[in-house]
Structure formats: C-alpha cells, structure tokens
Design a protein around this ligand. Structure first.
Ligand code: HEM
Length: 134
C-alpha cells in the first residue's frame, strides 16, 4: 500500500491519464465531422467518448491531488488539473443541451489545454513538479 502511494507511481498514472485524455479530446472534432458528414453512429460515439473523457479527467484530477499530497506536484499544477475536470464536466453538459456557442470554443480550448498539460508532464516536468526540498 505504501509503495502504491510513493510519488513515482501516481505520477506515472497521471502521465498515462493525461495521454488518454488528450487522445479522447482529439477524437471529438473528428467524430463531429463524421456526424455532419452523415455517419449515423458518430454523434452517439461523440457523446460516449465525451463521457469517457469526463471519467479520465476525474481520474486525472484525483491523481494530481495525490501527487500534490505526496510532494511531487506544484499546488498550482494540481489546481489546473482540477479545473480541467470541472471544465470537461461543463463541456459534457453544454454538449447535451446543445449550447454550441459555448461547446465548440470550450472543446477547442480543452483540447489545447490538455495538450499543454500533457507536454508539461512528459516533456517539461520541471514546470509542474514540486522542486526538491533543501
Ligand atoms: C473541439 C471539440 C468539439 C467539437 C467541435 C464538438 C462539437 C459538437 C457538436 C457540433 C455537437 C452537436 C451535434 C448536433 O447537434 O448535431 C456536439 C454534441 C455533443 N458533444 Fe461535442 N464537440 C467537441 C468536444 C466535445 C467534448 C470534449 C465533449 C465531452 C467532454 C463533448 C460532448 C458532447 C455531447 C455529450 C454532445 C451531445 C451528444 C448527444 O446529444 O447525443 N463534445 N458536439
């Protein structure tokens, strides 16, 4: 149990969750394009992938909280992952109620933001990792 809570493992899981989330978000405009192109199941798939993205964002937020608690993530970075979860929840809601004037820009922003946070974790960890204590 203690080994599971060591910062290395939640940090690896956080990196994997971030990759999966950005992949799911990147699928969304493609699926909507297929829906408008007349593919009958594309919108159903768009909402299913959206719900999967919400679970991934929740997992990502919880893992970020755990990494912060274990001293591996800056508090500001953990808050960004929490904000992504809240915004993905809002995105799901505005998708179902078809408020497209918010849904489309928010979806684009979420994809861009998730790409940046994934790059933080994989390429520039110093930007989000908690500096080691002296
Ligand atoms: C850039 C990204 C996205 C674009 C351009 C986009 C676009 C759209 C459009 C145009 C619709 C309405 C389709 C119609 O009324 O015929 C829609 C519906 C929807 N979208 Fe998105 N979306 C994006 C990302 C997302 C994401 C990230 C989520 C979830 C987290 C999501 C969840 C939904 C849901 C749940 C619906 C309603 C589907 C239904 O009624 O079955 N979308 N989206």
């Amino acid at each position: 149990m203690t080994a599971l809570l060591a910062p290395r493992i939640p940090m690896l899981l956080l990196k994997l969750a971030a990759l999966a989330l950005v992949a799911a978000l990147a699928l969304q405009p493609i699926l909507v394009g297929q829906h408008f192109g007349g593919q009958p199941y594309a919108l159903q798939l768009h909402s299913a992938v959206g719900e999967g993205a919400a679970w991934l964002a929740l997992g990502q937020g919880l893992l970020a909280g755990l990494c912060w608690y274990r001293g591996a993530l800056r508090p500001s970075a953990a808050l960004v992952f929490l904000l992504i979860f809240v915004l993905v929840g809002l995105q799901l809601h505005v998708g179902y109620v078809r408020t497209l004037s918010l849904h489309i820009p928010l979806g684009t922003g979420l994809l861009a933001g998730s790409l940046v946070t994934t790059l933080w974790l994989w390429r520039w960890p110093a930007l989000c990792a908690q500096p080691a204590q002296e």
